[in-house]
Design a binder for this molecule. Sequence first.
Ligand code: NAD
Length: 342
Amino acid sequence: MIRIAILGAGGLGRGMATVIEARKGFQLVALADRLGYAYNPKGIASSVLGRDLESVADLPEGLTSDEAILDLMQAHGDQIDAIFMALPNLPVDFFAKTIEQIATETPFQGVVVDALKRTKAVELLLPLNELLQEQNITYVTGCGATPGFLTTVAAVAAQSFAEITAIDIYFGVGVDGWEKYRATVREDILHLPGYNAEIVAAMSDDDIKALLDERGGIIELVNMEHADDIILELAGVCDRSKITVGGKVDVRHAKKPCSTTVTMKGITAFGQTTQHQFIVGDETTMVDNVCGPALGFMARAVEMHNNDLTGLYTSADLMPKTSAEGMRLKANELGREELLSL
Ligand code: NAD
């Protein structure tokens, strides 16, 4: 059993609790939110995380805390195998600061996966590679739907081409009520023209509601600063300038406003110009497509961790490589050679 802590117990954190129960070999033992944390080595059932539960601090095993993540990980970090980061990444350095604190101030030595979205957030995580290696932590970033599921579909699809000319990711998301996924909706709004992270951080929930009312509950996003670009670039698939991410979010209906697609254009080794297109099933929810893949990446990362592969990786590092250029052989402390991308 992989003993899991979920940091952030909002829409996706609670959704992850349900996904964990639907899959074999995982056990939820801890959750933390803004008001406190809960730890139970016998497991925490998703059924206790109903909508009327304000905070996990209100669970029978819950404790209130102003520093829930630090307190949880200091008290129980050595009894947790893997963390799912379901926190708002506002400000954009929140994940990097949080993982640095976990690595330096708690006994945790395991796996972390996140579902972050922004390119800048990945850039801030990259310098932590050495610290994570020293602290015996394997961190895989970009493990949600996009980046994550869709990015790695692109990394696999790229294998048919000698040259990638364009990758376009377009997501359709439907949720019945923005309050269920406040951080997700806020982080989408900051990509709208005229908005940024500072402006969104200063907006009250009423301001957000007013903005959504003005737009009939629909947020349309083009050319987002989305980490699919840096992740595919780091994996050697193509230059980030060839990657575009956009989407349409309906915060009033669970039905998706459009299908989610990944379109890959390229030229084959035999000179054919063509494209692949991958379409995500309309019936799948945001939780299915964020938490399902995150759990899958987590299981793979636990295997890597058990084989002494620590440090910072992206979800696309776990996929086939497009090119062997820019790769290096590095001897690890066991004397075996492992292939690591730069
Ligand atoms: P939410 O607003 O519903 O929940 C956030 C949770 O984090 C809450 O429980 C809150 O109490 C907790 N929290 C906030 N600050 C905290 C702190 N300092 N310490 C402890 N807990 C804290 O958020 P959500 O809509 O579930 O989104 C979670 C994350 O998932 C966001 O970063 C969002 O951008 C990301 N996301 C990623 C993808 C993807 O495909 N990559 C898709 C959707 C959402």
